[in-house]
Ligand binder design. Structure first.
Ligand code: ADP
Ligand code: MG
Length: 286
């Protein structure tokens, strides 16, 4: 092996904003058959915004804002931004509890309140009407969170996060290379499928709890080598488990540390470029 070829390859890629951490990555890239993507911040822009509120909008938003003020989740940021725009007075909340992959519970103005998905709501009644409205919104690629107060579901908030403008082209390039594409997300199946359809992703694995992402990678590895592309704290185990971990440069520190390749420009088209470049470099070394 000639270390020079490796240096040249990684040097050129670095100029393109593709950081390749070591030679092992290059070797694994040659045999990748499946590319798996996180959704939020990887395929989508990662700046969710509130689009619809069902129920008494002021009440729903007020309760949700009280709950989300202490949360750092991107959905919480979207809700707080909307509350600010609508000049909502955020109520005091206590006993805040974040429930991973599900939502948030707290005491708002002395009453038990919650905001989150249907996994959180397993014990509560959602009217058929609200459920149907939720499904419509999810089919429009909007993430739905229900808002509850004193054991009653009082409404829902729909939040949209658009795909990055280059995601579709990026997926098409990988597919034309014969690679299988998969989305792996904590979001709801309907929303995930709607976004996958917008960008052309083959398969969707949705409703995945943060701790389970790495296990899904292991399952996919039974069919061949897997590259995983992600940005979040909850993506770190999947990035390390995958044969090739690709982190977004805009991602959390732990994701960047866990990736063997880092895409500085956050452009998904760089996944294909990274694969192409690694192949070229690897063949030169051989
Ligand atoms: P991902 O990063 O893949 O989108 P998460 O595991 O962070 O997934 O979240 C999965 C789901 O859990 C969200 O789509 C939402 O329904 C719910 N959820 C998590 N945190 C919150 C929160 N702070 N407020 C409302 N819903 C939340
Ligand atoms: Mg993400």
């Amino acid at each position: 092996a000639t270390p020079t070829a490796l240096m040249v390859g990684t040097g050129r890629s670095a100029k393109m904003g593709i950081l390749i951490k070591n030679g092992e990555v290059l070797e694994a890239v040659n045999d990748v058959t499946t590319v798996v993507f996180d959704k939020t911040g990887t395929i989508t822009v990662g700046q969710p915004a509130v689009t619809d509120i069902i129920g008494d909008a002021t009440q729903v938003l007020t309760v949700a804002a009280g709950l989300e003020e202490a949360s750092e989740h991107p959905l919480a940021t979207a809700i707080m931004t909307k509350a600010k725009t609508d000049e909502i007075t955020v109520p005091a909340a206590s006993d805040f509890k974040a429930i991973e992959g599900k939502g948030v519970e707290a005491s708002v103005d002395g009453q038990t309140a919650f905001v989150g998905n249907d996994k959180l709501l397993a014990d509560y009644q959602i009217s058929a009407d609200l459920k149907q409205r939720a499904q419509q919104l999810q089919d429009e690629a909007k993430t739905v969170v229900y808002v509850g107060l004193s054991a009653q579901v009082i409404g829902l908030i729909a939040i949209q996060d658009a795909p990055k403008p280059t995601s579709k082209e990026a997926i098409a390039a990988l597919k034309s290379r014969g690679l299988k594409t998969v989305m792996l997300t904590g979001d709801n199946q309907r929303v995930a499928r709607a976004i996958a359809d917008q960008v052309g992703i083959d398969d969707v694995i949705a409703d995945v709890l943060p701790g389970d992402k790495a296990d899904h990678i292991k399952t996919l590895q039974q069919d061949g080598k897997v590259a995983f592309v992600g940005d979040g704290i909850n993506d770190a185990p999947a990035l390390t488990t995958a044969d090739v971990g690709i982190a977004m440069g805009s991602g959390t520190d732990i994701a960047i540390e866990s990736g063997g390749i880092v895409l500085v420009k956050n452009d998904l088209r760089d996944v294909d470029r990274a694969l192409a470049l690694s192949k070229k470099t690897f063949n030169r070394i051989k």
